[in-house]
Design a protein around this ligand. Sequence first.
Ligand code: TZP
Ligand code: MG
Length: 214
Amino acid sequence: MASAFPYRLYLVISEEACQGRNFLEVAEAAVQGGVDLIQLREKNDTTEAFLKKALQLKEVLQPYNVPLIINDNLEVAQKSAAAGIHVGNSDIAPTKIRTAWESCRILGYSIEYLEQLYNEQTYTSDYLGISPVFDTATKTDTITTWGLDGIEKIRASTQKSLVAIGHMKASNVKKVIEAGADCIAVVSAICAAKNPKSAAKELRLEIEKGLKSR
Ligand code: TZP
Ligand code: MG
């Protein structure tokens, strides 16, 4: 339920997305600017390399009390004692994660088509990723581009916390929140920004405006 998920600005980070900058520094600046949840998403790393980054990032986040979510790797999530895991529809099923990892605090599941809303995977998840809201060059192997009307449709069908992802920018997040998203997830709006801290601040401000006007 929305009350159990207080997060508003969610950074999905990878070393590659930071374009040569130190991803730990980008993450810390983003948190200082208002990011309150972070996912480490390393699609091409070995489990060993992924785990090493997860442990480093966790240490950076700890003083800020910002939870770490691991993308689609249960071993890394458990070994790093992360707060949670995020999976897509073709990844390890949320019901299996619940059985294998009882202490998982935040389980995220991407909604790629409407029928998923009515399955047990959605039921057992803590938040749903609306993936993607708009087309984005950061991830092109997507199924449904939801748009604002898609968010409204999903909002009307579930009480779950909704995380909007895909081409989220300071110029559109207010509308996305007004349409019913609870939280905004970004890659490039922060990782590729000249100043990640001020980029996060600006996004956060727009999110607050959206929350006030709905
Ligand atoms: N899942 C759906 S869209 C996306 C992911 C990981 C990428 C979002 O990247 P950006 O740069 O914020 O559009
Ligand atoms: Mg996946």
